[in-house]
Design a protein. Structure first.
Length: 224
């Protein structure tokens, strides 16, 4: 277990706390995508560049998360790219590239201690969910997370047409929270998403494991 990271900001100056969903409040995320190549018969040296092309900020996945592409269109593109690269993948298998066709909707994968920390923080400052997500997954993850019980604001990339790390989605979040960029704390498991937020003045932390993050969230909920 890693030692808790020291705070590099004053929790008393935080007026809103923003959280990612996949990989932070629920288990799963990019690691499943990294492992998918092997499951469809592609060696890592083939899957790595193809993965970057498909799932990069200019790829089909980004279009899906902005709501510009349907899930069915994305999985068909994914399947065609894998077959062209020498892999073998059935339609249903392509739809389960993150381990499941609806990977954000498994209640057993929720990190309950993280959810409780969010609830405690919300008693002091407004909270927001800032998620890069898929329109077709919305009903499933909402049913297990119950975001209304945790957040004052939900920014779903597929609904607003912008995604992390695009500056517009951070500006939109700040605007709807009604606070200054420098007054926002943000927790995410992807470094480039945090880097973009820091460039605007947000106070950020990279999620690696629950035990490392909880002391920081406790300080946000009960500042000295």
């Amino acid at each position: 277990m890693s030692a808790p990271s020291p705070l590099d900001f004053d929790p008393n100056r935080i007026r809103a706390a923003v959280f990612d969903y996949g990989g932070v409040l629920i288990e799963g995320g990019p690691r499943e995508v990294e492992a998918f190549g092997a499951r469809v018969g592609l060696p890592e040296e083939v899957w790595r560049p193809l993965r970057r092309e498909l799932f990069g900020n200019d790829g089909r996945w980004a279009q899906l998360e902005r709501g510009e592409l349907s899930f069915a269109e994305f999985t068909e593109n994914l399947r065609a790219a894998i077959v062209a690269a020498g892999g073998s993948v059935a339609e249903g298998q392509a739809a389960a590239f993150m381990g499941d066709v609806d990977p954000m909707a498994h209640k057993a994968r929720l990190r309950l201690s993280m959810l409780e920390a969010v609830r405690r923080i919300r008693r002091r400052v407004p909270t927001a969910l800032l998620t890069n997500n898929v329109r077709e997954w919305r009903e499933g993850w909402e049913s297990v997370l119950d975001p209304a019980s945790l957040f004052d604001l939900v920014i779903d990339s597929s609904e607003v047409g912008a995604r992390k790390p695009e500056p517009r989605v951070y500006e939109l979040t700040r605007e709807r929270l009604g606070v200054a960029h420098e007054e926002i704390f943000f927790l995410d498991d992807i470094g480039q998403n945090l880097k973009a937020a820091r460039a605007l003045g947000w106070k950020t932390m990279l999620f690696t494991e629950t035990e490392e993050v909880l002391p920081v969230l406790h300080a946000l909920a009960s500042p000295a």
